[in-house]
Design a protein around this ligand. Structure first.
Ligand code: ARG
Length: 591
């Protein structure tokens, strides 16, 4: 494990050093290095620094160039315009750096020096309810963030805050008590495990039946309400029935996560009920410290800047006037647990943007209570709404929420058709077609979600998602498989870096992009922005397309050039597959 400094960072350091001796009063000034179309990099920082020091920017730039230690990294540097620097790095430096990356398991990506512990709250469906596209977003974005953060060396604790508590369970449990066989496993052969579909259809049926009874039968309603009290009081029989709902739901959740090719572990599922023991104390602490106050019997936290449409302050209600605890009390208790017991430095919540006000109030309350501070911060990685082709929130024609499993199945069907179309050429067996269809279909759904910034709404458009052209996962998966196919055809030739060879423009461009992988990962982790990784991979695949146009591998000019090109595409393949795996997307070897 050797981390490799990027060329950008060594160029940056060299210019910063020259700048510091040319203009000592500027201190450790940032040369503001950027990738550029004119040269490899452009440094734009001199202009502002010269202005501040009342110096002539072009003169300052010239002095910097004269005093620069190029160190074999910088091939050419020139002053341009009013005082920019255009920098070209040496071909040799590019290939040598990439060779160092290739020699490292981590592709030279450093482990963060400031790594700490992050608790990430994601993939949190609700018990006895169908999962919908909102739950998909949380799961997909959250899982990608987990991987990206872990790759930077962060300790990550996953928390699936499932909705497993609340008054609706009174109705469900009471109904089950009165119809004890409703959740029975229906398979004729009891040794066959219940499928997720069966579990959900059982739950759905029960939900509908109990709802109907609740709405039409006053006496049942009364019994259901009494059942809530029993549940909260921890009555054993009631809890046992509640547990059956949770278990049945988990069978369903796991089947969906499995479809999503996502690994969710039981100990990480700590639902709302997991914090029940803390609720009373959370309220006591808030009330004693004066953070929360009683208002019309309820325990409330008020905020100057949060008001309802009538102009009256909208409080966060921690405890209702009837003594019941809600969503907020649970989330506040979860913060205490995550900071106090799990020792988190960062709390990330991958939750729908429509819950932003809730989190704003919860975080502010926790800060006032001292549970969050400068060392421990909380962040809602808020995501937008999934829209249908018509640009409205995604619904079926009948106006119902679309079942997540139906969507996933359809994505896999379409992807399988795409894969099958090319299967002869790729030499795929039937089994490989089925397997790849799944990886391409699920990858398409994940990538569509991850390639736009989370906060934005996006259209769920399966045709676009499985398209071979454009910014899709299939395009990236094909880019990867094409490299593998070339490598198979040239199996007798070992990839080898040749720093002595001059590089073609497309090789330089791809090489410099590969060299930026580590910095990109650090950015995506710091900003909680998996879409940046998706964009990086798409650019990499585009560089690869340009490379194929200009730099034949099979028909290279010399054996050395062929080895060098094989080396470049091998590192590209590894970077693609690493990046895709961080996004939760597979890269089949043949496609
Ligand atoms: N179960 C909730 C829902 O489906 C999401 C939970 C989010 N996490 C949390 N800590 N509140 O909307």
């Amino acid at each position: 494990m050797a981390s490799v400094p990027s060329l950008a960072s060594s160029v940056d350091q060299r210019i910063a050093a020259a700048l510091a001796s040319a203009l000592p009063e500027a201190g450790a000034a940032d040369p503001l290095l950027r990738r550029s179309d004119r040269a490899d990099f452009q440094a734009n920082g001199i202009l502002a620094l010269a202005k501040k020091a009342k110096a002539n920017p072009r003169e300052l730039a010239t002095t910097v160039v004269a005093g620069l230690d190029k160190g074999g990294v910088i091939e050419e540097i020139e002053v341009s315009g009013p005082g920019f620097l255009n920098i070209t790095v040496a071909d040799r430096a590019i290939v040598e750096t990439l060779a160092a990356r290739a020699a490292d398991d981590r592709l030279g990506v450093p482990v963060s020096e400031t790594a700490g512990t992050t608790v990430i709250d994601y993939a949190q469906p609700n018990v006895a309810k169908e999962m919908h596209v909102g739950h998909l977003r949380s799961a997909v974005i959250g899982a990608a963030m987990v991987e990206i953060l872990e790759f930077t060396g962060e300790t990550v604790v996953r928390r699936h805050h499932i909705g497993d508590w609340g008054t609706q369970f009174g109705m469900l449990i009471q109904y089950l008590l009165e119809h004890p066989h409703e959740l029975d496993h229906k398979a004729a052969d009891e040794s066959v495990e219940e499928s997720g579909e069966e579990a959900m259809s059982n739950l759905n049926r029960l939900y509908k039946a109990s709802r109907a009874k609740f709405d039409s039968d006053e006496e049942f309603k009364t019994r259901a309400r009494a059942r809530v009290v029993d549940l909260q009081a921890g009555d054993e029989q009631t809890l046992a029935l509640w547990q059956r709902f949770v278990d049945e739901s988990k069978i369903y959740f796991y089947s969906v996560f499995d479809k999503l090719d996502m690994d969710i572990q039981d100990p990480d599922i700590v639902g709302e009920s997991g914090y029940n023991d803390m609720l009373v104390e959370t309220c006591r602490l808030l009330e004693e410290s004066g953070v929360a106050v009683r208002s019309e019997g309820a325990l409330c936290v008020f905020f100057d800047d949060i008001k309802g449409p009538d102009g009256n302050p909208t409080p966060l209600i921690v405890q209702k006037s009837d003594g019941g605890f809600g969503y907020a009390a649970t989330d506040l208790s979860a913060i205490r647990d995550r900071v106090g017991n799990l020792k988190a430095n960062s709390l990330v919540y991958v939750v729908d943007a429509r819950q932003s006000l809730h989190f704003k109030m919860v975080f502010e309350t926790a800060r006032r209570a001292g549970w969050l501070n400068e060392d421990t911060h909380a962040y809602q990685l808020a995501f937008g709404t999934v829209l249908g082709a018509d640009g409205k929130p995604f619904k079926t024609r009948e106006g119902e929420t679309v079942r997540l499993v139906d969507l996933l199945d359809e994505a896999v069907d379409r992807a399988t058709a795409v894969v099958r179309d090319k299967a002869d050429k790729a030499g795929l067996t039937e089994q490989e077609i089925v397997e790849n269809g799944r990886y391409v279909g699920i990858g398409a759904v994940k990538y569509a979600d991850l390639s736009t910034s989370a906060s934005r709404d996006y259209k769920f458009d399966l045709d676009q998602m499985v398209s071979l052209n454009g910014d899709t996962s299939v395009y990236l998966q094909y880019a990867y498989a094409r490299i593998r196919s070339i490598q198979r055809r040239l199996a007798g030739v070992a990839p080898k870096a040749h720093p002595e060879l001059p590089l073609a423009p497309a090789e330089r461009a791809m090489g410099l992009h590969l060299d930026g992988f580590g910095e990109l990962i650090a950015d995506a982790a710091k900003e909680y922005a998996p879409h940046k990784l998706a964009a990086y991979l798409y650019q990499l695949a585009s560089h690869l397309t340009a490379f194929y146009d200009q730099c034949p591998v099979m028909k290279a000019d010399t054996p050395e050039q062929q080895e060098n090109r094989l080396f470049l595409i091998d590192l590209t393949a590894r970077t693609l597959s690493k990046g895709m795996s961080l996004l939760g997307i597979r890269t089949p070897e043949k496609l």
